[in-house]
Ligand binder design. Sequence first.
Ligand code: ADP
Ligand code: MG
Length: 169
Amino acid sequence: MADDHLPIVEIPKNAGRTLHWRSEDDTAAFARALAASPALRDAFIALHGDLGAGKTTFVRHLLRALGIQGRIKSPTYAVVEPHEAPDGLAIFHFDFYRFNDPREWDDAGFRDIFAGPGLKLAEWPENAAGRTPTADLAIKIEAMTDDTRSVALLANTPRGSDLLARVGA
Ligand SMILES: Nc1ncnc2c1ncn2[C@@H]1O[C@H](COP(=O)(O)OP(=O)(O)O)[C@@H](O)[C@H]1O
Ligand SMILES: [Mg+2]
């Protein structure tokens, strides 16, 4: 089974939450809460949702909250955009939208990145299903209106549960 086809039967009842972001301010506030969690440092967060749902926007708010300054490029063409927070935290922002060459997984060092320390964030994780480890936290963003988002959070690991508890979700 692909990692992001979550095995519903094995998920504890308290592992999932649904939030409502009324505007991008709520998205930013959630990102700040997550950024304040120590469990984030070596976490892998999978971001699900259609084009335009707000995955990249959420990542940008999270990177800002972690102290990343300057222009934040979207990794769509590069597949991964690495960042380093002022405190030394390595952050890898993946976008697997155009990922279709399995050889790239090893050749571009993605295997090493996922095996190493740092925060990994991935848009379109389903395109790398079976290669990535299980996401600690899966976030599924769905656009309701222009500005509002329905957000499903699913913790798959103790670290993910820790993150959920930390954001008060
Ligand atoms: N509450 C919200 N959270 C995130 N994005 C929002 C929100 N409200 C409006 N938006 C807008 O929706 C768009 C989302 O685009 P983007 O983040 O690139 O989506 P994705 O990466 O999922 O394809 C952006 O233009 C963003 O400003
Ligand atoms: Mg995007």
